[in-house]
Write a protein that binds this ligand. Structure first.
Ligand code: FMN
Length: 166
């Protein structure tokens, strides 16, 4: 049994896609949790804000990410890249702890990528692959792409959940 954390960048179709990953993981007896970054509504990261009293408390986010054995990141494509909620959350995390702890949190973490985007979603998958590889995660080759004209493939979700478990 593993502990999965689904991290969704938005609260609409991508949240629904995160729920499909949750259902699959739960059906296999895994523990799951979900974080909706849009719902968290973090202020925009700036260095000045990060050093001020306005810096948000993201200790719960860090705790959940630390406790999880694997992350599934679910995000829509925005202008050929990642939505700001995701990039913003990573910036806050990378400064809320010292860089050694941040590297330790991310290094070797099994990560699956998924999207529900207006078009194909290939660009956001590439952007997330680059971002999560850079911070040290072990990003799975297979990804789940869906959109207006393309349902998420249940076999892909099934295989991703199975292969994220070590
Ligand atoms: C600011 C913005 C930029 C977008 N850019 C793209 C894009 O580059 N490619 C794409 O396929 N869809 C794009 N979309 C469409 C979203 O990916 C699509 O509506 C997605 O399903 C929204 O996810 P949600 O329902 O979880 O909010 C964009 C949407 C917004 C709001």
């Amino acid at each position: 049994m593993a502990r999965f954390l689904m991290i969704t960048a938005t609260s609409g179709t991508n949240f629904e896609l995160a729920e499909k990953f949750t259902e699959n993981a739960v059906s296999k007896g895994h523990e799951t949790d979900v974080i909706d970054l849009a719902e968290m509504d973090l202020p925009m990261f700036t260095v000045a804000r990060s050093k001020s009293d306005d810096a948000p408390d993201i200790s719960e986010l860090i705790e959940k990410m630390t406790e999880a054995d694997a992350w599934v990141i679910v995000a829509p494509e925005y202008n050929g890249s990642m939505p700001p909620t995701l990039n913003n959350a990573i910036a806050w995390m990378s400064t809320a702890m010292n860089w050694q702890d941040f590297r330790a949190l991310c290094t070797g973490k099994p990560v699956g990528l998924a999207t529900h985007s207006g078009g194909g979603g290939a660009h956001v998958i590439m952007a997330m692959r680059q971002q999560f590889s850079f911070i040290g995660a072990d990003v799975m080759g297979r990804a789940c792409l869906s959109g207006r004209d393309r349902e998420a493939n249940p076999e892909t979700i099934d295989a991703m959940i199975d292969n994220l478990v070590r």
